[in-house]
Design a binder for this molecule. Structure first.
Ligand SMILES: *[C@@H]1O[C@H](CO)[C@@H](O)[C@H](O)[C@H]1NC(C)=O
Ligand SMILES: *[C@@H]1O[C@H](CO)[C@@H](O)[C@H](O)[C@H]1NC(C)=O
Ligand SMILES: *[C@@H]1O[C@H](CO)[C@@H](O)[C@H](O)[C@H]1NC(C)=O
Ligand SMILES: *[C@@H]1O[C@H](CO)[C@@H](O)[C@H](O)[C@H]1NC(C)=O
Ligand SMILES: *[C@@H]1O[C@H](CO)[C@@H](O)[C@H](O)[C@H]1NC(C)=O
Ligand SMILES: *[C@@H]1O[C@H](CO)[C@@H](O)[C@H](O)[C@H]1NC(C)=O
Length: 218
């Protein structure tokens, strides 16, 4: 009994020590595996974070769809026929608008048929239609738009004679360019660019002066 009493603890201790050694080894292995696992997780997380940041930066820079800029460079009257001191009613007044479409995107801006409407005193007096096209990536496209003002509609506006008497005639033009930018088949965005201009025709010098406002909506 006494022997057993003495032996048991030793054995128990040995067993305990052995078990604890084994445990330590096991837990060490486990810790190592856990550390490897954690390192792996950390790496993956860091990689994901880098990817997320890169995607975010790209989304806000290269892949962000920026507004194309439509500008009126020059406007010239190419045809204006007078008869007996007044406008000939059977011939349209023709204007040539030199328009540029600047595309700051990394992909082409494709746009459809573009219409320009000319207003005088709140009424529509003329228009111009330009076929659609494509402004290449990071390029400026130059377009010639032909605008036609119908004299009959113009002289139908009561204030016309009074205004011509002052030596200048002011009309408004509204151009609407609707298109889309498609970046690598992933990002597609519809863009509508408006260009409103105030066109002043100097009757004495026959010169044209224009001032424009841009407006973009998505
Ligand atoms: C303009 O003058 C021509 C002759 O030069 C004449 O035949 C025509 O009837 C006139 N038109 C108007 C609208 O007065
Ligand atoms: C654009 O204009 C052309 C010629 O005027 C016409 O044939 C075509 O159908 C128009 N396209 C659209 C989308 O309106
Ligand atoms: C004048 O312009 C209008 C459009 O603004 C057009 O419908 C009409 O055919 C033109 N007339 C002539 C004579 O070119
Ligand atoms: C626009 O018209 C002007 C004058 O007719 C011409 O010199 C120029 O090459 C034209 N531009 C385009 C892009 O058609
Ligand atoms: C029209 O042009 C002439 C000559 O350039 C100038 O003297 C005159 O002030 C202009 N008129 C208007 C209304 O701008
Ligand atoms: C241009 O004209 C359109 C049509 O009237 C109007 O809705 C828009 O606000 C104008 N844009 C600017 C910038 O004046």
């Amino acid at each position: 009994m006494g022997k057993g009493d003495q032996v048991t603890p030793i054995i128990a201790g040995a067993v305990h020590r052995a078990r604890s050694d084994e445990d330590e080894a096991l837990s060490g292995q486990f810790k190592l595996r856990q550390r490897k696992y954690l390192t792996c997780c950390g790496c993956a997380a860091a990689l994901l974070l880098i990817l997320a940041v890169v995607s975010l930066v790209l989304a806000f820079t290269v892949f962000r769809v920026k507004n194309p800029i439509v500008g009126m460079n020059q406007l010239t009257v190419t045809r204006l026929e007078m008869a007996n001191g007044t406008l000939r009613k059977d011939v349209n007044v023709t204007l040539l608008a030199d328009v540029s479409i600047k595309n700051p995107n990394v992909a082409a801006f494709r746009f459809g048929n573009t219409t320009t409407t000319i207003y005088y005193g709140g009424s529509e007096v003329g228009e111009g239609r330009t076929p659609g096209g494509k402004a290449p990536a990071r390029r400026t496209l130059r377009l010639n738009m032909t605008l036609e003002v119908v004299p009959a509609k113009l002289v139908a506006v009561p204030t016309i004679l009074k205004e011509i008497g002052t030596g200048a005639l002011t009309v408004e033009s509204r151009t609407r360019v609707e298109g889309r930018v498609k970046i690598m088949n992933m990002i597609r965005k519809k863009v509508v660019v408006m260009l409103n201009c105030t066109i002043t025709y100097n009757v004495t010098s026959q010169g044209v002066h224009e001032a424009c406002w841009r407006h973009v909506s998505f």
